[in-house]
Structure formats: structure tokens, C-alpha cells
Design a binder for this molecule. Structure first.
Ligand SMILES: [Fe+2]
Length: 119
């Protein structure tokens, strides 16, 4: 699933995923897949191991104009989506995984990612 594509509708905020090439439309517009960028140092998510789970947080604005709308965990065989909402803290819990990639979509900064590995 490492090649999963994310399509984001700028009109309604809809987030659509596809495992390979797809013709995706929403609100009458054709969407092109977002190109994930490696998260710069200050934008990376924080992971803490709590009660046998990953607890993931971010120091990122969560205003109606600028927020993380979704985060995802991706491995070779799995995708997990964690919907996020403005005016709430960006946070979610996910199963402890050995390794994988976190991808998230910010309404201003676009699609970012970081690779994670359990120590
Ligand atoms: Fe942002």
C-alpha cells in the first residue's frame, strides 16, 4: 500500500484514496493525486508509546483555515485513516507497528509524510 494515492477535493474537503491510477472526480472537478513531501523537522508528528499503542500528536495549527484534516498509517499491506477536525487537537491512537509511514494532509501545506520505526 506504500504507493497509495490521496486525492483531496478543495471544494468539500473529501479525501479519496486509490491503490493505483484512477480517474477521480468530486464536486464536478477532476482531482489529481497529491504528491507527498517529506515533513520538515518542525512539522513532524510526535509519537509516544502509551498502554501498548502509539499515541500520535502534532504541534500544528488546527483552525478552520489551517488544519490537518486526515492522517494515515501506511505499511506494505495496510492503510489506516484517522480523520481530524478543526478546533480539536490533532491526536489519535493506533496499534503499535514495527515500521511504516505516517502521511497527513494539511489544508494549507498539502500532503506530508514521515517514516516511523519502533525502537
Ligand atoms: Fe500546515
Amino acid at each position: 500500500m506504500k504507493k497509495i494515492r490521496f486525492y483531496v477535493c478543495r471544494e468539500c474537503g473529501n479525501i479519496i484514496t486509490a491503490t493505483s491510477e484512477a480517474a477521480v472526480t468530486c464536486c464536478g472537478k477532476t482531482l489529481t493525486p497529491e504528491v507527498p513531501q517529506p515533513a520538515p523537522e518542525g512539522e513532524r508528528l510526535q509519537l509516544e508509546e502509551i498502554d501498548g499503542e502509539w499515541y500520535v500528536t502534532a504541534d500544528h495549527p488546527m483552525t478552520k483555515e489551517h488544519y490537518i484534516s486526515v492522517a494515515a498509517y501506511i505499511s506494505d499491506s495496510t492503510v489506516m485513516l484517522f480523520k481530524q477536525y478543526p478546533e480539536w487537537n490533532m491526536q489519535f491512537r493506533m496499534p503499535l507497528c514495527r515500521a511504516g509511514r505516517l502521511v497527513w494532509y494539511c489544508t494549507k501545506c498539502g500532503l506530508l509524510y514521515q517514516d516511523i520505526r519502533r525502537k
